[in-house]
Write a new protein. Structure first.
Ligand SMILES: Cc1cc2nc3c(=O)[nH]c(=O)nc-3n(C[C@H](O)[C@H](O)[C@H](O)COP(=O)(O)OP(=O)(O)OC[C@H]3O[C@@H](n4cnc5c(N)ncnc54)[C@H](O)[C@@H]3O)c2cc1C
Length: 466
């Protein structure tokens, strides 16, 4: 069958690879010139080198992503720095390390007990909330925000400030006052609470995000090497924004539907010459809503579009510094203490890839407050912050710097958000993306699982057609 996938982010690519392996002829349409969507490598003119659009971390629990990469012949060991769970601040005052030689969950408990920078009551409170979560099968009070849940669980305010708030903002890109406690608990379940120690590891890409696996899909697609049985094919069309989806022609559709009621409609995209048996829409919610609104209304379609329009988004900013001399950090990622009054917005510092250890990235999640600020002043204040907090070495002179802001980095993960499943009210049309009902906030693994699941469901339904 012929399948159109719209969007070449991690969800779209995952859907495309899965559909090809089910034996379909897939055409993937991507608006931008490169694949990867919100997790891609870009050439930055101010830096004169390629960098990712934002630092990404994966978890050992991201099984769908790791399996997909493995199936594409990519070595996981060569692709990531694998770190046991740890939090270490740049000033060295807070150090928490899971103890890798102890079995889960003791490795976390022992890590918390041995943490530097937390008082005994704070360690006790952290252990208590973890124990409580585990006992309650990782369920939090219904519709609670992270802040409400932390208050209810009597977490001391210094512990909230030092640990829970930075972790929540980093994983959900949503401030604790708004973030959904249940989604945060799901992230904790798969990291701190993982029963397999490997699952709790943090994976930091060693290569650019596009190179991790999206370009491998392109390479295999060109060689027709994605489907071992040789039936499925993938055509990738970049630089092509799709504006409308329509059924072949109303008259044709009615006639063919009358002749074969189970045949289903055929779809056309803008004026593209081909028609398709099914479409998987893998764009972000505003774009998906616009595309789906171009289809004829059907029962349930208005409510579906309304749910998509209810999503709000939150930016992430990344300040990249190209240093004049190499500098090694004591860990691939370090926690920075934020002080927004002083313009010290940096939350995490990452050692960049390549460039002889001269690249550093300072990440600011929940970055709405930065949007109206003077970027030069902002960058200078964050460099000052780094100079103050980095204790292990003096920051070398900075040759170049660039601030990349992703305005719609992720959706705001608030309680009660209605996240759709892959199936839509339009027969023959599926959706995929990190915003579908994945049980995760907006993360790569959610995108990959969603793409895979949409393609499997689509295949199951296409198999039933005559
Ligand atoms: C700065 C930043 C940091 C992040 N950090 C992390 C992290 O550490 N860990 C983590 O797991 N996740 C992180 N995320 C989230 C992660 O990047 C996303 O969850 C994931 O990339 C979403 O993939 P997707 O395929 O669902 O959507 P997208 O990547 O948005 O893909 C949608 C694609 O559709 C294309 N498109 C849109 N409209 C059309 C159209 N009409 N026609 C054709 N193409 C169209 C777009 O160009 C895009 O390529 C981060 C995101 C950002 C921005």
């Amino acid at each position: 069958m012929k399948v159109a996938v719209i969007g070449g982010g991690w969800a779209g690519l995952s859907a495309a690879v899965t559909a090809v392996r089910q034996g379909h002829k897939v055409s993937l349409f991507e608006a931008s010139a490169t694949l990867g969507g919100r997790a891609r490598t870009v050439r930055h003119p101010a830096l004169g080198t390629t960098v990712d659009n934002g630092q990404h971390i994966l978890l050992g629990a991201y099984t769908a992503t790791l399996e997909l990469m493995h199936s594409l012949g990519i070595s996981i060991a060569d692709s990531f720095h694998k770190l046991p769970l740890s939090v270490r601040s740049a000033d060295g005052k807070l150090v928490i390390h899971a103890l890798p030689y102890l079995p889960p969950p003791l490795h976390i408990a022992a890590g918390l007990l041995g943490a530097r920078g937390l008082s005994w009551p704070e360690k006790n409170a952290a252990l208590r909330i973890m124990h409580h979560l585990r006992q309650n099968d990782w369920q939090t009070p219904r519709a609670a925000t992270v802040q409400e849940w932390l208050t209810l669980a009597l977490q001391p305010s210094r512990l909230q400030h030092l640990l829970w708030k930075p972790l929540c903002v980093a994983t959900m890109n949503t401030p604790v006052e708004q973030a959904c406690a249940q989604l945060f608990a799901n992230v904790l379940r798969d990291s701190l609470g993982a029963s397999r120690r490997e699952a709790g590891n943090m994976l930091i890409p060693r290569r650019g995000l596009s190179e991790l696996w999206p370009t491998r899909v392109l390479e295999l697609a060109r060689k027709d090497g994605l489907d071992p049985e040789g039936k499925g094919t993938l055509e990738i069309i970049t630089g092509n924004t799709v504006h409308t989806i329509h059924t072949k022609s109303d008259a044709d559709a009615t006639r063919s539907h009358a002749a074969h009621p189970a045949a289903g409609p055929r779809f056309m995209l803008d004026d593209h010459p081909q028609s398709f048996d099914a479409v998987v829409v893998c764009c972000n919610t505003p774009s998906a809503a616009r595309l789906l609104a171009s289809l004829p209304a059907c029962p349930g379609s208005r409510g579906f579009l309304k749910d998509l329009q209810a999503f709000e988004h939150s930016p992430i900013a990344t300040l990249t510094l190209l240093l004049e001399q190499a500098m090694s950090l004591p860990a691939p990622m370090l926690l920075l203490h934020e002080d927004r009054q002083r313009g010290h917005y940096g939350q995490w510092l990452f050692q960049g890839q390549g460039a002889e250890r001269r690249l550093m990235h300072i990440v600011v999640s929940d970055a709405q407050a930065l949007m109206s600020m003077d970027r030069e002043k902002l960058a200078s204040a964050m460099v000052e912050q780094l100079g103050e907090q980095l204790r292990h070495a003096r920051l070398p002179p900075i040759g170049r710097r660039a601030l990349i802001v992703e305005k719609r980095a992720t959706f705001l993960a608030v309680p009660g958000l209605k996240r759709p499943a892959n199936r839509t009210p339009w027969p023959g049309v599926w959706v995929a993306g990190d915003w579908t009902d994945t049980g995760y906030p907006a993360v790569l693994e959610g995108a990959v699982r969603s793409g895979r699941d949409a393609a499997l469901q689509m295949d199951a339904q296409l198999q039933q057609r005559p």
